[in-house]
Ligand binder design. Sequence first.
Ligand code: FEO
Length: 394
Amino acid sequence: MIYKKIKDDILYAGINDCDRLIFDELIPLDNGTSYNSYLVKGSDKIALIDTMYPKFTQEYIKSFDENNINKIDYVIANHGEQDHSGSIPAILEKFPDAKVVTNQVCANNLKEMLLIPDEKIITIKNGDEISLGNKTLKFMISPGVHWPDTMFTYIKEDNIIFTCDFLGAHYIFDDVFAVPSKELEKSAKKYFAEIMMPFSNVCRKYVKQVRDLNVEMILPSHGPIHKNPNYILDLYEDWAAEKGKNLVLLPYVSMYHSTEEMIDYLGKKLEEKGISNIKYDMVDGNLGDLAIALVDATTIVLGTSMVLAGPHPAAFNTVYLASILRPKVKIASFIGSYGWGGNLFGKMAEMLQPLKLDIIEPILVKGKAKPDDYLKIDKMAEEIYKKHKELELI
Ligand code: FEO
């Protein structure tokens, strides 16, 4: 456990989970993650903002005694997911007079998922306040980043905001304050891709809302605290923007290199036209790198070999991930190679339908690409160039 004074009567009480290698059993983590909770000591009452991932409940509860915390009046639940709410039942057991303060949607989640009794919950509405004496907690209900139950807690007197998952990162630290670095940016971007990107339009709204408050500090429930709020707000603004970059993502799987050779050729042609591209190996690649590339790409051209009568399963996995992460991609196509037949692209195009993409005519080749096929790839590169130009990316 790390206990650290953030400012007068506000303490960080969290943990670095250095051993966590993957989050949601989906995206590999480079740096583990932290679960942050915060103690706010007012002149009359003490509030705990968010709690702890269940695996660490015992250690967390013990730390209250070790740090002479013998009273908690309010447990503020900014979000019902268990990495933040999982220790609430143990907190209520240790501090029987404590009440959970949250919005109606989160209250319903806590009752159903953690069996928190009704009488232990104070339900607040957007804009409601609770006084701790010399500190006032104001609640800003913020559905969609990333559950329907999420809210932020703002301390008026300190002008600081607790944003739970929003503006967070899977990152560990010795000091709890953010030190800008490429590593932190990468972790925060990967976190954004998996957790926030499907709700980019909502993110844009809350980035503005938090920016307009002109807060002194942003205190998320994963990753470091931001004393320079514009650092993370600027990053989120860029990542959540409606328009992608002049970038083509080239995920591929290739059994006999025929597909890979075509993807490499397309990458070279795009490069010649001044279009950046990222090649991604769908079998050996790190899903986190794919997620990061999806944040910026405007176009995806997916290359796949035929396995039996359809695309390689790794291609399906990528297409499914892209369809649920809802990136800002606008244009897509496919390149593939087969041996004896089947339907290579139909089901994948169907899966991408919710993204309403502009699909460029796919290229399908038996075995290795021939001169005519390379001419088709030249044409595909030219089409991508024209479309990027129309979108004013070039
Ligand atoms: Fe970090 Fe949505 O929980």
